[in-house]
Design a protein around this ligand. Structure first.
Ligand SMILES: C[S@@+](CC[C@H](N)C(=O)[O-])C[C@H]1O[C@@H](n2cnc3c(N)ncnc32)[C@H](O)[C@@H]1O
Length: 270
């Protein structure tokens, strides 16, 4: 079942989803970008036309990388690339690394195609699928780094389970990562920062490689009562300096403009 209303059950089939399916109408510019660049950059991993499920026979392995990029270069995967500004800039800066953008939203995918195509980049590919599913199809060690920047915050308490950083995804990201590889996460939402620590600190197979000490409330707040957090008991957590390989996207800019602190995390596969 799909839903346009985030108060309805968050189910798609039997799955809790981290996104709402929205109509993805493209304006003329994005439609032209899609028509021009989809064949070059879009990977065929979905279960069918319009589906965000990953096809049963897809193996996200070394052959998948060789077929898609034509080489064995290290691979960085960004989950939820939005408009694609960050991954396209990273791909342009590091031509010796392969980049895979995972995004579900049509206009975001189209905009990423546009940015990549305009620069004629050869090292980026895009898969329009539910990201945790692709990771569930991954072979051990196929990915060098995973990035999740400014994930949808799902502020209401009853929606916290829709946050994409979850133990199940962490387990499959760990499996996909080569030893020593990292999962970088960033959020401007304080309650999401606590959520990341709860899911990731001490989870099997990762160490928190952050060198900064950050004080956070130890209780959760939801939409409408976020201001209560300041009076809650706090504890210290390890976080990272801002990741220098990230360009400022609109989501980070909006957080900064609203006076929010950006929380960066580095979890190393051990
Ligand atoms: C708040 S936006 C941030 C985008 C980008 N990282 C940035 O900083 O500009 C989060 C993005 O994650 C995407 N997303 C959410 N759940 C996803 C999933 N399960 N698989 C792939 N993309 C997802 C959304 O469509 C949205 O574009």
């Amino acid at each position: 079942m799909t839903t346009q209303d985030d108060d309805k059950p968050a189910l798609y089939g039997r799955k809790v989803l981290s996104f709402v399916r929205r109509s993805g109408r493209l304006d003329d510019r994005l439609q032209r970008a899609w028509d021009r660049y989809a064949d070059r950059y879009l990977l065929d991993a979905a279960a069918g036309e319009g589906s965000l499920n990953v096809r049963d026979d897809v193996r996200f392995d070394a052959d998948f990388v060789r077929n898609a990029w034509g080489n064995d270069n290290p691979l960085i995967v960004e989950i939820g690339t939005g408009q694609g500004e960050n991954i396209v800039a990273a791909a342009a800066a590091r031509p010796d690394v392969n980049f895979l953008a995972l995004e579900v939203y049509d206009p975001g995918v189209a905009h990423t195609l546009l940015l990549a195509g305009k620069q004629d980049l050869g090292n980026i590919r895009i898969a329009q699928v539910n990201a945790p599913e692709l990771f569930a199809h991954a072979d051990a060690g196929v990915v060098g780094e995973v990035w999740t920047f400014f994930p949808d915050p799902w502020p209401k308490m009853k929606h916290h389970k829709r946050r994409i950083v979850q133990p199940e995804l962490a387990a499959s990201v760990r499996h996909a990562l080569a030893d020593g590889g990292v999962w970088r996460i960033a959020t401007d939402i304080e309650d999401y920062a606590l959520h990341v620590h709860e899911v990731m600190d001490g989870i099997a197979g990762f160490e928190n490689a952050g060198g900064l000490t950050v004080s956070l409330p130890t209780g959760h707040v939801g939409k409408g009562n976020a201001e209560l957090a300041a009076d809650m008991p706090h504890a210290d957590f390890a976080e990272s300096e801002r990741f220098g390989g990230r360009v400022l996207t609109n989501f980070e800019k909006k957080g900064l403009a609203a006076g929010r602190t950006i929380h960066d995390f580095t979890y190393r596969a051990v």
